[in-house]
Write a protein that binds this ligand. Structure first.
Ligand code: SAM
Length: 197
């Protein structure tokens, strides 16, 4: 068992282990009391469990089945029973549903064909050749799943074009800014927070 603040969590070899990007988002979460939240790509469930402390309920999804098994154990260990799990690609598990807050620590690493690794862990960081494959699919559907005045917080890095995300969000009618930053070895990781105006 590992620990972040008072949350105890276990990991799994095929699930993204919470790292600097996870903790950057965890430390800068903006969750309104009693809101309805969605976390896409929950991994071990740490972010969803943290958000569930303030939100009325959190739906946590992942494309990786091991992530859902791991998150279920962590939900039970932390008695976070207002977190609901669903498996699937991006918004597919929440087809017609809307939320006050959507969270996503994205797979943002530019990854060429020969860098793809076997197994489910690949989805944790594989952002396609330019790092934006999953981010752009996410942005294309985002607005349909937010209530008026809703908020999105996503994590990405300079490796995958922060300005491009900010511009796309503004074009979609959001007020968007970088609300947290952290330097890694080869990149600056950021939390982008945007409110639908
Ligand atoms: C960088 S990891 C973040 C995990 C966790 N939220 C955290 O912060 O530690 C990205 C997560 O998104 C999931 N993921 C990647 N592509 C996805 C997609 N298209 N739909 C749903 N989940 C996806 C991965 O399986 C992985 O668990």
């Amino acid at each position: 068992m590992q620990e972040y603040k008072d949350i105890k969590y276990q990991t799994h070899p095929q699930v993204y282990e919470p790292a600097e990007d996870t903790f950057l988002l965890a430390d800068n979460l903006e969750v309104e009391r009693m809101s309805r939240a969605l976390e896409i790509g929950t991994g071990t469930g740490l972010i969803a469990i943290l958000a569930s402390r303030k939100a009325r309920m959190v739906i946590a999804t992942d494309i990786n089945p091991h992530a859902l098994d791991c998150t279920l154990k962590n939900i039970i260990a932390n008695k976070a029973y207002n977190v609901e799990l669903r498996k699937g690609d991006l918004f597919e598990p929440v087809k017609d549903e809307k939320f006050d807050l959507i969270l996503f620590n994205t797979p943002y690493l530019p990854t060429s064909e020969d860098e793809i690794v076997n197994g489910e862990l690949d989805a944790a960081w594989n952002g396609g050749p330019n790092g934006r494959e999953v981010i752009d699919r996410f942005l294309a559907e985002l607005k349909d799943h937010l209530n008026p005045g809703g908020k999105v917080q996503l994590v990405q890095s300079t490796l995958s074009g922060n300005e491009e995300t900010l511009e796309k969000l503004e074009e979609l009618g959001f007020q968007a800014s970088i609300t947290a930053r952290e330097n890694g070895f080869f990149e600056e990781m950021v939390v982008i927070t945007a409110v639908l105006s």
